[in-house]
Design a binder for this molecule. Structure first.
Ligand code: HDE
Length: 717
């Protein structure tokens, strides 16, 4: 029975739906494929579900509606427990020279050979939608589609790890991710559970030093190193084993941001790293790393002061130099994020003939774990059938069926041995070419123990700290003060100070001072006495290893109507010659009319283009424009932040009024007066140093208590 409102003129509603369809026709127009259901049936109306009459109930018969909603309801797969937020790209690995002496791996057999590759970079702790600039380790996972199978190097941007034994991984990750009762904080270790666990796990101390350093707030995924972390083996055709640690060295050099910048970047552009990588590849500035091998033999492993099976230790490059054997170039963005970046399944157990594992207990646990993860995430045993996971070399086996099998073996035979003979008999094992495990001798009782040298938890943490420049040490102290300042339970803060006192007395005392700790706790009882004779390893410092030039970086120019067109042109040309880019920030996104009367488009409106987006800035308003900008807090923050973040700042005289209003003196060596187009080149050359760190030490020191005095003051109070 039609209800009272159904008496509304029927033609009004049908008019509306006709109108909507008409509009769609207009938008799609031309020679486009017909929209179909998943079964391939062409769809006539994708706007309206099937119903009785005009205002009646929807019919179960509407299979198109049901299919669409059903599929939508199942769009999500479980996000990765760790490394949920990631960004991937395709490319290739190019071998520099044959390494047949060291390994029979086919990928290293021929000079100049290119092997297809897919890399995925990630943060560890945050969920899928978390911001890119969280203070966190970055995953650095590379899948190499070699001619003898897929080889995955599933590493991080830090060469050591928190724990030595896989059995502690669930505890570590539980402690680091959001607290289970409240669901926050996410993408941050600055909370009680993480520091509680870390303070009770002294083996994490070396890693704590790295994660509190600027390595965990990289400027770009393109500007960070990668590490395989564990010791692996390379095996040559004679079966000889050489130990190896894998390194990825970024061509554009290393660079990080400062903490205040990271915090602001997360608000200004939560996808800063994704966008940066995407834009670089689209612009043809292909991110590139060299693969470095640290090769050593049993004799070195025996004589090294730490255990090479301990993932909380590294081998300084000064001790075992890095041999660069090829390059990874990322030259293609994905076609579809979900199909490729989300569904890619990295597994440490994916190795190829010529590569083998060691007994590192963390690696052994990982080799077990990653297969489980893929089954859970991708929903069945056939995830290797997905194009992103499938080998690109021929493969043949008798595994069959299961969910989503779309590559079952052809023919009658699906078992081995069989007597069918020839091609009909299917694939056979190949003792000559197949993978042969290195026959390491193993013996001993079944024990739950760790090797003796694993117990040295502090010596390399100290080595890392003393290898940093003063600026970097300062940032490490700040980071500890920030993170521990978020911890509510004072006993946890004290336990961390106890660990730090074993690393470096000055570090422990300084962080305690920043936390207002009056009475220093005793240093934690070390399981093995820390060494005090560690020599600095300069390769561990970011700032001691600056990039060769300013290539791949970005300058933001704050411009207004009347900005000097010649100067802008010169600056753009100098930056392009350097391999860097110029982006314009203007009061309005529509752009400016420059001094030559031409309209120049802006990349960012000032409110949406803070200086944290850039590596250096140029403040180039006209006199009239500067007077207007000086009244805007966004313009004052633009220069104030660039100054506070130690960026190089170029400025024209007209801009003085903005700096004055922001309370900034442009007299230091990081500020550069542009008198004309000829000054653009020297400014760009200056930017090669990336930051003017001298400014940081000139800024006010952080608040601290010096321990004895503070105690007296508090008593008096
Ligand atoms: Fe992972 N790790 N991990 N991990 N890991 C995963 O696998 C695990 C460890 C790393 O972009 C998971 O597919 C265990 C060290 C990267 O898809 C999971 C242990 C290092 C990625 C897993 C470790 C890593 C993962 C979650 C201790 C640096 C992202 C999703 C024994 C050398 C790969 C997944 C990508 C991902 C387990 C420790 C690097 C749960 C059990 C050490 C880069 O399987």
């Amino acid at each position: 029975m039609p209800g009272p409102r159904s008496s509304k003129p029927a033609n009004e509603t049908s008019q509306r739906s006709r109108g909507m369809r008409g509009e769609i026709h207009q938008i799609s127009g031309g020679d486009v494929p017909a929209l179909t259901t998943q079964q391939g049936m062409p769809v006539a109306d994708d706007q309206n579900s099937l119903r009785i009459g005009v205002r009646g109930p929807v019919l179960l018969e509407d299979a198109h509606l049901r299919e669409k909603i059903f599929h939508f309801d199942h769009e999500r797969i479980p996000e990765r427990v760790v490394h949920a937020r990631g960004f991937g790209a395709h490319g290739f690995f190019e071998t520099y020279e044959p390494l047949t002496e060291i390994t029979r791996a086919d990928i290293f057999a021929r000079r100049g050979e290119r092997t297809p590759a897919f890399a995925r970079f990630s943060t560890v702790v945050g969920n899928k939608g978390s911001p890119d600039l969280a203070r966190d380790v970055r995953g650095f996972a590379v899948k190499l589609y070699t001619k003898e199978g897929n080889w995955d190097i599933v590493g991080n941007n830090i060469p050591v790890f928190f724990i030595q034994d896989a059995i502690k991984f669930p505890d570590l990750v539980h402690a680091a991710k959001q607290e289970p009762d409240r669901g926050f904080p996410q993408a941050a270790t600055a909370h009680d559970n993480f520091w509680d666990f870390a303070s009770l796990t002294p083996e994490s101390t070396h890693m704590l030093m790295w994660i509190m350093s600027d390595r965990t707030i990289p400027r770009s995924l393109r500007f960070m190193e990668g590490f395989g972390v564990h010791t692996f083996r390379l095996i040559n055709a004679e079966g000889r084993s050489t130990f190896v640690k894998f390194h990825w060295k970024p061509k554009r050099g290393m660079q990080s941001v400062v903490w205040d910048e990271a915090v602001k970047l997360n608000g200004a552009d939560a996808d800063f790293h994704r966008r940066d990588m995407w834009a670089a590849i689209q612009a043809g500035d292909f991110p590139e790393w060299e693969l470095g091998l640290q090769l050593f033999d049993d004799a070195f492993a025996e004589s090294f002061e730490f255990d090479v099976l301990d993932a909380t230790k590294l081998i300084p490059e000064e001790l075992v130099p890095i041999r660069r054997v090829g390059r990874l170039v990322l030259d293609r963005v994905v076609d579809n994020f979900f199909a490729e970046t989300e569904q890619v399944a990295f597994m440490t157990q994916n190795i190829v003939p010529g590569v083998d594992f060691t007994n590192d207990p963390l690696l052994q646990g990982r080799n077990f774990s990653y297969l489980d993860t893929q089954l859970k995430r991708l929903g069945g045993p056939n995830f290797v059938h997905l194009p992103i996971n499938a080998p690109k070399c021929p493969f043949a086996h008798f595994q069959q069926d299961g969910h989503m099998a779309f590559r079952n073996p052809k023919g009658r035979v699906n078992y081995e041995p069989n007597s069918w003979g020839g091609a009909a008999g299917g694939p056979r094992e190949s003792p000559q070419h197949g993978f042969i495990t290195y026959p390491a001798e193993e013996a001993g009782g079944k024990l739950r123990v760790r090797p003796e040298l694993f117990a040295d938890h502090f010596s390399q943490a100290r080595q890392f700290y003393i290898s940093q420049t003063e600026v970097e040490q300062h940032h490490i102290r700040d980071a500890f003060a920030f993170e521990l300042g978020k911890v509510e339970v004072s006993a946890i803060r004290l336990r961390v100070i106890g660990l730090l006192l074993n690393v470096d007395a000055e570090l422990g005392t300084a962080v305690a001072g920043r936390l207002g700790i009056v009475a220093l706790p005793p240093a934690a009882e070390p399981a093995r006495a820390p060494r005090t004779d560690m020599r600095p390893s300069p390769s561990l410092s970011l700032l001691s290893n600056p990039p060769l030039n300013f290539g791949g970086r970005k300058v933001g120019a704050l411009v207004t109507d009347g900005s000097d067109a010649l100067l802008l042109k010169a600056l753009r040309a100098e930056l392009e010659a350097e391999g860097a880019t110029l982006e314009l920030v203007a009061p309005l996104i529509t752009g400016i009319v420059a001094s030559d009367g031409r309209l120049v488009a802006a990349h960012h409106a000032l409110v949406a283009g803070p200086s944290v987006l850039f590596d250096a800035v140029a403040v180039l308003p006209s006199v009239a424009g500067a007077a207007e900008l000086a009244l805007l807090s966004a313009a004052r923050s633009f220069v104030a932040d660039a100054f506070a973040h130690c960026k190089f700042i170029a400025h024209v005289e007209a801009a003085d009024v903005i700096f004055d209003k922001a309370g900034i003196s442009t007299s230091d060596g990081g500020c550069f007066a542009l008198r004309g187009a000829a000054d653009a080149g020297p400014f760009v050359a200056r930017c090669r140093a990336l930051r003017f760190w001298e400014r940081e030490s000139a800024l006010a020191p952080p608040p601290t208590v010096s321990n004895g005095r503070a105690a007296r003051d508090r008593k008096r109070a």
